[in-house]
Design a protein around this ligand. Structure first.
Ligand code: GLR
Ligand code: MG
Length: 436
């Protein structure tokens, strides 16, 4: 429904804010931090307005994030969803003290970016409202789509067959701890979704086994763009050796070794295009990266860069400084996927296939169930707003699952300690010093 007031479209003003934590089943996927827990957490955001519209957002669901979202919610009553600068001021006022605290969460969740994360969660819901009020898809509000569909990559993981203690029936993907099993996983994922590029999450098993996995994938899918992301779990010398061995097979080499300085030295040694969602996650780090020429491709993520607008600005900064742009993901559902898709559709220089964990998720919170991925891409919807509707029954069920599962913050290392009590999650775990 759109409301016209004296010739102006209006979304009204915010009359209610709902933040609902949910948990959904997540497979035992291995990474540098440990292993995924049986349930992943998200928050589902609803902004209801005086014109009867409901705008949706999706973000992290850790306790700290929920506290920030809930602390901000009352401050948004009366907000005009079109006034994003007003939204930003309200969010900054409510969470600025927490933003300085630097929470320590699992890699990828960026606990020290509370303000930007909260802003993003509500900003997406505002865009959904604006789109609904104007009768335009969100990508039109971002300048219009430059592509009709957004390509995603097959995001492969080494994994166990089932979670310790079998909290529910094992997923249908089976075990993947050998190159052969990894290729079988890739064949199925590419067969089902049509992906045309591959990202392998590394940093979990013996690095030479992971390198054998990369070679096996390259042989099984000749010419298909291929990346590996060990999440800073390889020492500089190890990352150098494996970079030299695998470089010709890689589209880019994502976060093999810690620190911006480490990545800069790795680039000097190998000349390979390096990518990150770990060492360039703030404007300050962006500036330092330009000085050091550490990383050549940035993985954007609107959930922690401050929203759709901020990510478009990041894209422009990449353009100015000649950096490539890709997109990062965490375990997420369809509201996030649609926000990512509208955003990616509107960014001309986002030329790499985006990351998404979506194929690993079995449950959904939107009407119609899982979003379709065909030919490795998501079609940009032309319905007003994000183009998705909340399934209230599913929301209730996944909220109950959140209450029942007992997980309140993501902790892949603690979960791994249930398998291996000595596990620390300290990076880099795999070390090798070059001789001579
Ligand atoms: O590209 C990345 O670094 C990620 O996708 C971070 C995630 O936390 C990933 O490692 C995962 O879900 O295990
Ligand atoms: Mg990464």
């Amino acid at each position: 429904m759109s409301a016209a007031l004296g010739g102006w479209a209006s979304a009204g003003h915010v009359t209610a804010v709902r933040v609902t934590p949910i948990a959904f089943r997540d497979p035992p996927l291995l990474n540098a931090a440990g292993i995924h827990e049986p349930y992943a957490l998200r928050s589902i955001i609803e902004l209801e307005t005086s014109t009867g519209l409901v705008g949706l957002g999706e973000s992290y669901g850790d306790t700290e994030m929920l506290a920030d979202l809930n602390a901000t919610a009352p401050q948004l009553i009366g907000l005009d969803p079109f006034l994003l600068n007003d939204l930003q001021l309200r969010v900054e006022r409510s969470v600025s003290n927490r933003a300085q605290r630097g929470l320590s969460l699992a890699p990828g969740t960026h606990g020290d970016k509370a303000t930007l994360k909260v802003l993003s969660a509500f900003e997406v819901a505002c865009y959904d409202l604006m789109g609904q009020a104007l009768g335009h898809p969100v990508c039109d509000l971002l300048g219009g789509k430059v592509r009709d569909e957004v390509p995603y990559s097959a995001y492969l993981f080494f994994k166990y067959a089932e979670h310790l203690g079998s909290p529910y029936a094992a997923d249908s993907w089976g075990e993947a701890v050998t190159p052969e099993q990894l290729v079988a996983q890739a064949r199925r994922m590419i067969g089902e979704y049509g992906f045309e590029s591959i990202k392998l999450k590394g940093g979990a098993l013996d690095p030479d086994l992971e390198a054998a996995g990369v070679r096996a994938l390259a042989a099984a899918f000749p010419g298909m763009p291929l990346r590996i992301d060990p999440n800073a779990n390889w020492s500089l010398d190890l990352a150098t050796r494996l970079g030299k061995e695998l470089g010709s097979l890689l589209e880019y080499y994502e976060d093999p070794t810690p620190t911006l300085e480490g990545m800069a030295e790795l680039h000097r040694r190998t000349g390979l295009p390096l990518a990150t969602n770990m060492v360039v996650t703030t404007q300050e780090e962006f500036r330092r990266n330009v000085q050091l020429n550490g990383v050549q491709v940035l993985l954007s993520d609107h959930h922690y860069w401050g929203g759709l607008r901020a990510t478009q600005q990041l894209a422009q900064m990449c353009r100015v400084f000649g950096l490539g742009l890709s997109m990062h993901s965490n375990s997420h559902l369809g509201i996030s996927l649609m926000a990512m898709t509208h955003l990616a559709a509107s960014v001309p220089n986002l030329t790499y296939a985006c990351d998404t964990h979506y194929p690993w998720q079995e449950e959904e919170v939107i009407v119609g169930g899982k979003v379709t991925i065909t030919g490795g891409a998501v079609r940009v919807p032309d319905r007003p707003g994000l183009g998705v509707t909340l399934d209230r029954g599913a929301l209730e069920r996944l909220h109950q699952q959140y209450l029942d599962c007992g997980i309140v913050r993501r902790d892949d290392a603690a979960q791994m300690r249930r398998y291996d009590p000595g596990f620390t999650g300290e990076l880099p775990r795999y070390r090798e010093e070059a001789k001579g």
